[in-house]
Write a protein that binds this ligand. Structure first.
Ligand code: PLP
Length: 387
């Protein structure tokens, strides 16, 4: 208890820069936000109907802490069906989104002073989770030349006696990168050889483009992987707060203890809707439609950015982000974001919000309608031409 109090009192937890920019922009008029990483689609109708039915059927009470058994079964079934991976129900814990899943991984796996390898750039919550667990984040640079994948030698150089866990997140936020099978296997081998756990955060697994494939980390290092996943992005359910962890039994047991006192259980009717999401053809059809639309937007944004002065961009193959290099503007990432908000009224996130190595980049989210994206691209182009 004391450590949480301390953490807040001395202000070690940083407010997300993404939310900060977003809030500032919301006070301005006529702003287009390419800032927030959240699907702009509505949750598929069959899932919403299932939730309404569940309420009428009396799903208004506590459930087992680990989640409704049928949902845990549906999650295990899903891994078998999609990836041919055997998952036992006892290895699944239903959480309030991937946020809770990653938090539980840090809190249960790390003791004070333990080291956790966190890529740079990386999604914002991991470093803050490490601080809450009083663990030491060791940043592992992800470089554009290497398609924003970890370099295995650099990973090995960072391993010490205190290394307990490494965070992996593909398809990646903020870069949109995906991980190839060889690199995924190599990371798994390192984890097994050095007895390190991989926290693999995989909420964008269904947003893959062209020939990209996803390899859940539990496929390669089942005994060393804590897999965090979520319904948020896949089924456009960010507000429902539904996710899960898959981990070795002993770890799940420890996680349930913490989860039992902070969440109790995820809302009962939301869990019932989660069963529908995973088992119904209708929801998967909706996922594929969203994926296709994201792909069109991705192509649109790439095509436009490539024609703009000062901007260099690699083709991302996953998630719904583009991470262009803006260093030729001679502005820092933060200066560029501020300048673009003032000059073009477009919100993009400075790469440095995700770590020092994000300097020289900005994150553009294309989870926004094509009309808005076109208007935003027109504005960015005009602003850049006037430099
Ligand atoms: N992990 C990554 C990489 C994310 O991008 C997000 C949300 O943006 C989350 C976790 C948290 O998602 P959830 O809504 O499932 O808590």
């Amino acid at each position: 208890k004391r450590k949480y109090f301390m953490a807040h009192r001395i202000g070690v937890i940083q407010r997300s820069k993404i939310r900060e920019l977003f809030e500032r922009a919301s006070k301005m008029e006529n702003v287009i936000s390419l800032g927030i990483g959240e699907p702009d689609f509505d949750t598929p109708n069959n899932i919403k109907e299932a939730a309404k039915r569940a309420l009428d059927e009396g799903w208004t009470h506590y459930t087992p802490n680990a989640g409704i058994p049928e949902l845990r079964e549906a999650i295990a079934e899903y891994y078998k069906k999609f990836y041919g991976i055997d998952v036992e129900v006892d290895n699944v814990l239903v959480t309030a989104g991937a946020y809770e899943a990653t938090y539980l991984a840090f809190e249960t796996m790390l003791e004070q002073g333990d080291e956790v390898i966190i890529p740079d750039p990386a999604f914002v919550c991991y470093v803050e989770d490490a601080k809450l667990a009083e663990a030491k984040p060791i940043r592992l640079p992800l470089r554009e030349e290497n398609d924003f994948k970890p370099d295995i030698d650099e990973l090995l150089e960072r391993i010490t006696k205190r290394t307990r866990m490494i965070v992996i997140n593909y398809p990646n936020n903020p870069t949109g990168a995906v991980l190839d099978k060889e690199t995924a296997k190599a990371i798994a081998d390192v984890a097994e050889d050095y007895n390190i756990y991989i926290l693999s955060d995989e909420p964008y697994e269904h947003f893959l483009y062209d020939d990209a494939k996803h390899y859940p980390m539990i496929k390669f290092a089942p005994d060393n992987t804590i897999l965090a996943n979520s319904f948020s992005k896949t089924f456009a359910m960010t507000g429902w707060r539904l996710g899960f962890v898959i981990a070795p039994t002993q770890i799940i047991r420890e996680m349930i203890k913490l989860h039992a006192y902070i969440i109790g259980n995820v809302a009962s009717f939301v869990q019932v809707a989660g069963i529908e999401a995973l088992r119904s053809k209708e929801s998967w059809k909706a996922v594929e439609e969203m994926r296709k639309e994201y792909n069109e937007r991705r192509k649109l944004v790439l095509q436009r950015l490539r024609k703009m002065p000062y901007i260099k961009v690699r083709e991302p193959k996953g998630a719904f982000y583009v991470f262009p290099n803006i260093s030729e503007t001679e502005m820092s990432s933060e200066e560029f974001s501020e300048w673009l908000l003032e000059k073009a009224k477009v919100v993009v996130i400075p790469g440095t919000a995700f770590g020092e190595n994000g300097e020289g980049y900005v994150r553009i989210s294309y989870a926004t309608s094509r009309e808005k994206l076109i208007e935003a691209m027109d504005r960015i182009e005009k602003a850049l031409e006037e430099i």
